[in-house]
Design a binder for this molecule. Structure first.
Ligand code: ADP
Ligand code: ASP
Ligand code: MG
Length: 398
C-alpha cells in the first residue's frame, strides 16, 4: 500500500473554497495511486472563530496557568472541528472519510500537557480505515496520555502529527500544505523578493525552523529525518512544485541558503566588577539552568558574561538576580537574525560582509555568534525588517 500523508494548515482549511482545493489535492493523490492519510489544523488564524488562539481567548490566563489539562482539551477542539467539517466536504464529492482525534488515531503521549512528547503511535486503526477504502482525516496537534487524557504537542504541532504518522505508517512522503509556495530564502511576508528553494537538506530546514521560520515545526523535521522520509512543503492555493526536503539538499552555489529570525530576545550583561565577592557570579549559568531558563548567544569573558534569554523568562531572571544580589544590565526588545547556509563553513569574509551591510544601514549589531552553518546577529527589534531585507539583497539577490 503506497501511503501519502497530506497535512493541511489553518489557512488551507479556513473557507469552503480553500477546503475544496484541499479535497481536489487529496482526490488527485488517490488517482495517482496513493492511499492518503489527511492531517488537519484548526481553521484560520487568530480572530477567526475556531482558530487555536481564539479558543484560548475563551478562558482566563490564571485558569490556563493552573489547569493545563483543561487548556489542552479546549485547544484540541479546533482540529477536531476541522476533521469533521472537511469530512463533510469530501462526502459532498462522494468520498467517505473517518474523522479521528489524535488519541483515536493511536498517538500516545506522556502527560506533559501543552507540550507533550509522543511515546508511541499505534497505526492499526488508520490501516483498517485505508483497507476499507475510506480516507482517515486526523485532527493534528494532539494525542492522548496513557491515563486517557487529551494532550497537545506544542504550538504548530500538526506538522509533528503528520511526521509521526508518516513514519509509523511508512509513508512514501509527507506533504505539508500551507499558504506559501514552499520554503523561501526569507519569510515572504517580510521580504517581497524572497525566492523559493526547491530542495533542502533536513539539517538546513531544521536550522531554519528552529531559528524562527514557522513554515514547518522543527520536531517534524527531526522525526522525518530519523526515518529518512521525504517531506514536501507545498501551497494549497497553487500548483507550484514546492520544496523537497531530504538528505541531499540543494545544489546551487550560494553560500547563504536563507535568512530567518526570532523576536522577543533580551540581552543580559553581568559584569564581575559589579559583583565582586558575590560567589553566585561564578555559578550563574548553573543557577539559570536549575531554574529552567534557557540561554543562547552565550559569550563568557574573564570579567563579563553576556547572553540572551526569551523575554517571557525575564521576570523570573530578575527575581533570581535580586535574590542573589547580582547586578546586571539588559537590553530588551531584541531580535536574533540567523543567516543560514551549509556552505558558510570555511568561506572567509562572510561575517565582514554581514557587518558592513548592517553598518551601511546604521543598524547596530549588539552581538554575534557563528557555527558551521549559521551566523547569528542580535539587533534591536525595530531594525529587524530592514536588516533582513538588506542582508537578503546582499547575499541572495546580488
Ligand atoms: P500553517 O497554518 O499552514 O501551518 P504557518 O503559519 O504555521 O502555516 O506557516 C506558514 C508561514 O510561515 C507563512 O505564511 C510564512 O509567513 C511563514 N514563513 C516564515 N519563514 C518562512 C520561509 N523562510 N519560507 C516560507 N514561509 C515562511
Ligand atoms: N492549531 C495549532 C496551533 O495553532 C497547531 C497547528 O496549527 O499546527 O498551534
Ligand atoms: Mg504551522
Amino acid at each position: 500500500m503506497k501511503i501519502l500523508v497530506q497535512k493541511f494548515g489553518g489557512t488551507s482549511v479556513s473557507t469552503p473554497e480553500r477546503r475544496n482545493l484541499v479535497v481536489e489535492k487529496v482526490i488527485k493523490s488517490i488517482k495517482d495511486g496513493y492511499h492518503p492519510v489527511v492531517v488537519v489544523s484548526a481553521m484560520g488564524r487568530k480572530g477567526e472563530p475556531y482558530a487555536t488562539d481564539t479558543l484560548l481567548s475563551l478562558i482566563s490566563n490564571d485558569f490556563k496557568k493552573d489547569n493545563l489539562l483543561s487548556t489542552d482539551l479546549l485547544m484540541s477542539c479546533g482540529e477536531i472541528i476541522t476533521s469533521v467539517v472537511l469530512s463533510d466536504d469530501f462526502f459532498k464529492k462522494g468520498y467517505e472519510c473517518v474523522p479521528l482525534t489524535g488519541g483515536q488515531a493511536g498517538i500516545v503521549t506522556d502527560n506533559n500537557y501543552n507540550n507533550a512528547s509522543v511515546l508511541k503511535v499505534e497505526g492499526e486503526k488508520i490501516i483498517e480505515i485505508l483497507n476499507q477504502g475510506k480516507i482517515p482525516v486526523i485532527a493534528g496537534f494532539q494525542g492522548m496520555s496513557e491515563e486517557g487524557y487529551v494532550t497537545t504537542l506544542g504550538r504548530g504541532g500538526s506538522d509533528v502529527t503528520a511526521a509521526l504518522l508518516g513514519v509509523a505508517l511508512k509513508a512514501e512522503e509527507i506533504d505539508i500544505y500551507t499558504d506559501v509556495d514552499g520554503i523561501m530564502t526569507a519569510d515572504p511576508r517580510i521580504v517581497s523578493e524572497a525566492c523559493l528553494i526547491d530542495n533542502m537538506s533536513y539539517n538546513e530546514v531544521f536550522q531554519f525552523a528552529d531559528q524562527g521560520a514557522k513554515v514547518i515545526h522543527p520536531r517534524a523535521v527531526e522525526i522525518a529525518m530519523a526515518a529518512n522520509i521525504p517531506i514536501m512543503i507545498k501551497n494549497t492555493m497553487s500548483n507550484c512544485q514546492g520544496t523537497l526536503i531530504n538528505n541531499l539538499g540543494h545544489h546551487n552555489n550560494n553560500i547563504v541558503t536563507g535568512i530567518t529570525h526570532l523576536t522577543n530576545r533580551v540581552q543580559i550583561n553581568v559584569k564581575l566588577d559589579d559583583n565582586n565577592e558575590n560567589k553566585s557570579y561564578d555559578d550563574l549559568l548553573d543557577i539559570l539552568a536549575d531554574n529552567c531558563i534557557s540561554i543562547d548567544l552565550i559569550n563568557v569573558f574573564p570579567k563579563e558574561k553576556i547572553f540572551t534569554i526569551d523575554s517571557k523568562d525575564h521576570n523570573k531572571l530578575m527575581n533570581i538576580m535580586e535574590t542573589l544580589n547580582l547586578k546586571y544590565t539588559f537590553i530588551d526588545d531584541c531580535s536574533k537574525i540567523s543567516i543560514i547556509g551549509s556552505r558558510i563553513r570555511g568561506v572567509p569574509g562572510v561575517m565582514a560582509k554581514i557587518l558592513r551591510t548592517l553598518n551601511n544601514e546604521k543598524i547596530e549589531v549588539l552581538q554575534t555568534a557563528d557555527s558551521h552553518t549559521t551566523i547569528w546577529c542580535l539587533v534591536k527589534t525595530p531594525d529587524i525588517y530592514k536588516a533582513i531585507n538588506v542582508l537578503h539583497k546582499t547575499f541572495l539577490i546580488e
